[in-house]
Ligand binder design. Structure first.
Ligand SMILES: Cc1cc2nc3c(=O)[nH]c(=O)nc-3n(C[C@H](O)[C@H](O)[C@H](O)COP(=O)(O)OP(=O)(O)OC[C@H]3O[C@@H](n4cnc5c(N)ncnc54)[C@H](O)[C@@H]3O)c2cc1C
Length: 404
């Protein structure tokens, strides 16, 4: 098989748009098929750590994003009632100097819009209301069939179609994602409506028994974003648009620190997600078809790395397809990306124990050890975060070894 020229992407989420941009910039003719009939203001905040920001810089969208960003000053972990700090690690200018790219908070809609504009300017075609139904993988082409039964022949099909990917299902068989027995409420509140409630300019995780809550600012500090996670086993939807019950949310976090309860008292609406996951897949590619983002490695959001990993996948795939014939590019893509995403999936899962104060005395010891490290021994914190935030993707793409 020679290099791919015509590429179809299923899904115009953050992963699909990043892949389209990376591929269009390396000379591919890209068409995205998106099942939704319109792309709107959906989602909430996303933390974009320096590893992802570096890739967004390579993709040429960092400057366009700057106007929408908020720069957090610290990454914090605080006790749900007392507000005492278990972690207070500098972000802001310190993180930018350390990792060579900023740590920004962005609204998903802003990131999505900037990527979409860049795609349009680079000649990507986006066809809305066009769900991919199936594909036929042949020696010299892959034929993509849409729900309306129209067919499109391309050199490569990328499944960026999220956690319930139909591309993954055809490649590897029907298997529902696993409900992780946790739900997440997400919402944004205009600062003008906070009415005296003070939120620190940090990325703050409030930890408590069987639940945690994350707060941070968006859009230059105009909005506060919250993500509240509760261990629960009775909710199994995930979408960007499922309404949650604000009173139920307030009840779940009743008695928490005034910064949390005050914030939730001001929230007018919220969206609710079931958090689902998957074990590492046996393969990410087959013939002329390849997966990326949540389609192949959905993760709990407790490292704030799901979209970051989709962005890294997208760029890696684009660069490898630029350099190699299709089979080599896809094999190298999986060899490079799978170890890294599998590790971050596991780190995200581990954080559930820490954030939800699991393990009684041992759990408390871990949090206290974090407090000591944060105050007196920052290298311990760096040892955990540097491999995630300081990851040199571009360096690995020019290197011949593909260790994650
Ligand atoms: C509570 C929460 C907080 C999070 N916080 C962060 C964070 O701070 N930082 C971070 O990096 N990540 C975060 N994430 C993770 C992040 O949101 C996801 O990992 C990321 O959005 C996945 O992007 P994707 O493009 O792979 O998939 P998706 O966003 O799911 O996009 C898939 C797209 O494919 C379309 N589609 C589906 N099926 C088809 C089909 N058959 N044909 C055509 N189109 C189709 C869908 O309509 C959708 O547009 C968080 C997640 C949650 C739940």
């Amino acid at each position: 098989m020679n290099k791919a020229k015509q590429v179809a992407i299923a899904g115009a989420g953050i992963g699909g748009l990043s892949a389209a941009l990376a591929l269009a910039k390396t000379g591919h003719k890209v068409t995205i098929f998106e099942q939704a009939s319109q792309l709107g203001e959906v989602g909430a905040g996303l933390q974009m750590s320096p590893n992802a920001m570096k890739v967004l810089r390579y993709l040429g969208v960092e400057d366009a994003l700057r106007a929408f960003a908020f720069v957090p000053q610290h990454a914090c972990i605080r006790h749900f009632k007392s507000g005492d700090y278990y972690l207070k690690s500098p972000l802001g200018a310190v993180a930018e100097a350390r990792y060579g790219a900023p740590y920004w908070h962005l609204h998903r809609a802003d990131l999505h819009k900037v990527l979409l504009t860049a795609c349009e300017q680079t000649g990507v075609s986006l066809i809305l209301g066009s769900a991919v139904e199936s594909y036929l993988d042949l020696d010299d082409q892959v034929i993509v069939t849409l729900e309306d039964q129209s067919q499109h022949s391309v050199d490569l099909l990328i499944g960026a179609d999220g956690i319930r990917s139909v591309i993954r299902e055809q490649m590897l068989g029907k298997e529902s994602p696993t409900f992780m027995k946790q739900v997440a409420w997400r919402g944004v509140i205009p600062v003008s409506e906070l009415d005296g409630v003070t939120i620190q300019p940090d990325a703050c995780v409030w930890v408590g028994p069987k639940r945690h809550l994350v707060t941070y600012y968006l859009r230059g500090g105009e909005w506060v974003n919250f993500v509240a996670v509760e261990e629960r086993d009775d909710w199994q939807q995930e979408s960007w648009r499922e309404e949650g019950d604000i009173n139920e949310l307030r009840a779940a976090f009743a008695g928490w620190h005034p910064e949390v309860s005050g914030l939730l008292a001001k929230a007018q609406s919220t969206f609710l997600w079931a958090l689902n996951g998957r074990e590492a897949l046996s393969t990410w590619h087959q013939g002329r078809v390849v997966l990326l983002g949540d389609a192949c490695h959905p993760m709990l959001p407790f490292m704030a790395q799901g979209a970051a990993m989709a962005i890294e996948d997208a760029y890696a795939l684009g660069r490898l397809l630029e350099q190699h014939a299709l089979p080599v590019a896809l094999a190298r893509y999986e060899a490079l990306r799978k170890p890294r995403t599998t590790k971050i999936q596991a780190m995200s899962k581990d954080n559930a124990g820490l954030y939800h104060m699991r393990g009684g005395a041992l759990g408390r010891m871990k949090l206290n050890a974090l407090r000591v490290a944060s105050e007196y021994c920052p290298p311990v914190i760096h040892a955990k975060l540097d491999p995630v935030y300081g990851y040199d993707l571009e360096g690995r793409l020019v290197d011949s070894s593909y260790e994650g």
